[in-house]
Structures are given as C-alpha cells and as structure tokens.
Design a protein around this ligand. Structure first.
Ligand code: MG
Length: 209
C-alpha cells in the first residue's frame, strides 16, 4: 500500500513515552498532548532532511505512525482499529531550540522536510502491541521504543482526537517519540525502522541560504 493522497492532517502526540518526557525535563501529560505538522513537511524515503539556517539544534524523533483508512469522527476505543489502514515508520524532526523558544510548536515542527515517512503496510491489530521502533544515526542505535510503553494507547488516542477533529482517509497519526532524541548534523544518515514493517532513511543536509 502507499499513502493514498497527501494527508489533510498529520496529527502528532507529544511526550507519549514516560522516559522521553523525563529526558526533556517535562511531566507526562495527564491527557494527550497533541499538535499538527503541515502536510508540506512530508518527505519521502531517501530524500534529504534540510537543516534550516540559524535554527540551532535539530533532533530526530523516530516514531510509529498509523494511516487512517476511512473518515473517523467520534470513534469508540473498541472500534478504533477498524478505522486504521496502515502502519509506517516516521520521523518527527524537531528544531529543539525553537520549540523551547516558542510557546507553541508550529515553527519547530513544521519546516519543509521535517516529516520523513516510509511506505505503509497494512496494520494488523494482533501484531500492534508487539511493534518496536528503532532510530539509528550513521548506523548507531539512538532510540528504541515499544508500543507497550506508550502512555496513551492507540485506541485511546484515536477516540480522543476524533472527538476534537474528524480524520480523513490518508491522515497520519504519529504516536510519540521514545527516549534518546539527539541532534542531527549535515552529512548524517538517519534511519527509523519498525522491524517487520519497514524503514525510512534520509540523509541530512544544510538548507541552502
Ligand atoms: Mg514527536
């Protein structure tokens, strides 16, 4: 399968792994902390992440993402998986200094090339709880997370989000970053792998002036 269309929304969840919240010096939220990345931030496997000039530290956040299969509005947790078509590795690239500077994250999360996404495969609800995501930079393991470590489960997230906004087929939901976020440098290659699902791998370059 492939992403059917440019999504109308890329929904993300912040601090959805306890250990990642701790490494940022933040508390785990008591309800999901959600934000959006613009569809213009999408990047295909193999294309270059561009580091914005003057943005300071830019981090990888390797995450497990899901693709919405049909219009989802006020979905119940018990039916959540029937609204989801695919699972895919994604990288919620983040300009960390700008995230700390701004009171909301549109700039820090929204640059062009800041959302590498791989090729989705069908989502098997039976296999979902066992999925793992690993992020490597230049072959070195930086992050590892498990679905079982998510603070808010996928069915809970889908029910929560679709009480706020309707999700359309092709929309993406990124489930949050495990610990180990670290800066990217020009010349790096960053790879987010969900074993048994796929990989998205991208070189890192300075943006042109
Ligand atoms: Mg993230």
């Amino acid at each position: 399968m492939s992403l059917p269309n440019r999504p109308t929304k890329i929904l993300c969840v912040g601090r959805n792994y306890r250990a990642h919240a701790e490494e940022l010096g933040q508390d785990v939220p008591t309800e999901p902390l959600i934000f959006l990345k613009p569809p213009s931030s999408l990047l295909a496997n193999g294309d270059a992440i561009r580091l914005p000039r003057g943005a300071g530290r830019v981090d990888h956040e390797g995450e497990i993402a899901v693709v919405v299969g049909r219009r989802a509005h006020r979905v119940g947790e018990d039916e959540a998986f029937s609204y989801l078509a695919g699972v895919v590795p994604a990288n919620d690239v983040t300009a960390r200094d700008l995230q700390r500077k701004d009171s909301q994250w549109t700039r820090a999360k929204g640059f062009d090339t800041f959302c590498p996404v791989g090729e989705p495969v069908p989502l098997d609800p039976e296999e979902w709880p066992d999925l793992v995501v690993r992020t490597r930079v230049n072959g070195e393991l930086r992050q590892e997370g498990r679905v079982s470590d998510l603070v808010f489960s996928l069915p809970f997230l889908l029910a929560y989000v679709t009480r706020i906004m309707t999700l359309e087929p092709g929309d993406l939901l990124l489930t949050g970053s495990p610990p180990g976020v670290a800066p990217l440098q020009a010349g790096d290659r960053v790879e987010v792998e969900i074993p048994g699902v796929g990989t998205v791998e991208n070189p890192v370059e300075e943006a042109s002036a």
